[in-house]
Design a protein around this ligand. Structure first.
Ligand code: PLP
Length: 397
């Protein structure tokens, strides 16, 4: 663990840092050096941008949702990350990091995955660059997300079941870190969100900030002004960080929406920023859902991508400084928004993104305002679980 004069750059205020076993420090230092080199290399960014454009499908549209706007008496724009290759914003980061791995001379990439979205994005990028790929996934999640497991195998990745702990995402991260420590020479660890020890939160945010940069230019072009509100859902926090970062110094209200699960008065949620306490998770000092002894709690959300007991340290900093407002919506509110967007606009959103959409309804002072909602992904992966949900069955079947 390092402190002192380096504290400024390795931290967001008091959060972030590198709270890892000493054995991992050479890997983090190597990564930091490589990234610092790459940041200055125009040819790296040229290749990254070209792949985002020609392979992943950027820029994504900023769509004025007419019916939704009419209903909520505001101008509501959707940033269509759902239209990207593999169906979510995760590919922005996977392409960036796997390209970085390639530049570092690594032969193998590993990643953790919860719902399988980051695993699929990483397996896709690994196939693209011809690198060996192993994806760690909780055995519980493998059961719940069969199609994504098969997709990763199809892409040539090895999916490694993790049967420890709660057999979900946090356990998969632990196992991926263990693999990394053992295979430092050959292996690059692709983290899927703005979490983990420095420099990961910075690297991932910088590969995702293209979302906010595009949005800013697009909204200025059609509106002539910046939006009043920008909303994004927060799991680990990467789509929100990528969307918010370019607006941080602007006069725009930023709202991050967490998974409220079964409600604020239950223990079944994943609202780390609203209900957590400062702690340490996966190498970072940040808000964590933990018990009185600091043990990590089991979380719940209807959307697997938001079901994580921590959050990126930059969000904890933005919350503490009051720059970003954080809220939570329940499983039911998200389902309602999921159905509403499908019906009103012909767009089936990811359940994660439906959390951000759901907050529009609760937004006071929205009349006549310009609101951008980041549609982080598409809902195809969620159809089975949504259609089996009693709340939904009552309403549409
Ligand atoms: C993974 C995922 C999320 C949550 O991750 P963040 O790092 O918080 O963005 C949100 N939306 C979709 C579609 C996802 O796949």
């Amino acid at each position: 663990m390092r402190r002192g004069y380096e504290k400024m750059e390795r931290y967001f205020g008091d959060y972030g840092g590198q709270f890892v076993p000493e054995i991992l420090m050479p890997a983090l230092n190597e990564l930091e050096e490589a990234y610092d080199r790459v940041v200055k290399d125009e040819s790296f960014w040229k290749e990254y941008r070209s792949l985002l454009e020609n392979y992943a499908g950027r820029p994504t549209p900023l769509y004025l949702a007419k019916q939704l706007s009419e209903k909520y008496e505001a101008r509501i724009y959707l940033k269509r990350e759902d239209l990207l290759h593999t169906g979510a914003h995760k590919i922005n980061n996977a392409i960036g990091q796997v390209l970085l791995a390639k530049c570092m001379g690594k032969k193998r990439v590993i990643a953790e995955t919860g719902a399988g979205q980051h695993g699929v994005a990483t397996a896709t990028a690994a196939a693209l660059f011809g690198l060996e790929c192993a994806i760690y996934m909780g055995s519980e999640d493998m059961e719940r997300q069969r199609p994504n497991v098969e997709r990763m195998a199809l892409l040539g990745a090895k999916v490694v079941p993790v049967g420890t702990g709660s057999k979900t995402l946090k356990d998969a991260i632990n196992e991926a870190m263990r693999d990394w420590i053992t295979n430092l020479q050959t292996t690059y660890y692709v983290i899927g969100s703005v979490v983990g020890p420095y420099p990961y939160p910075v690297i991932v945010r910088n590969f995702q900030k293209v979302i906010g940069e595009e949005t800013k230019a697009q909204v200025l072009e059609v509106e002539g002004n910046l939006p009043d509100y920008v909303l994004a859902c927060v799991g680990g926090g990467s789509n929100a960080a990528g969307m918010f970062y370019p607006f941080i110094d602007e006069n725009v209200k930023l709202i991050g929406v967490e998974a409220g699960g079964k409600g604020p008065n239950t223990d079944e949620h994943a609202a780390s920023l609203l209900k957590g306490k400062i702690g340490y998770l996966h190498g970072s000092k940040t808000m964590v859902l933990q018990d009185q002894w600091g043990q990590i709690k089991v979380t719940h959300s209807i959307s697997a991508g938001l079901d994580y007991p921590g959050v990126g340290p930059e969000h904890t900093f933005w919350k503490e400084t009051g720059r970003v407002q954080y809220e939570a919506v329940t499983d039911e509110e998200a389902l309602e928004a999921f159905l509403e967007l499908s019906r009103l606009e012909g767009i089936v959103p990811a359940l994660e993104s439906a959390h951000a959409l759901a907050f529009v309804k609760r937004l006071r002072d929205r009349e006549g305002k310009t609101i951008v909602v980041n549609l982080s992904g598409r809902g195809d992966k969620d159809l089975e679980s949504v259609l089996n949900n009693p709340y939904v069955r009552e309403r549409i079947l």
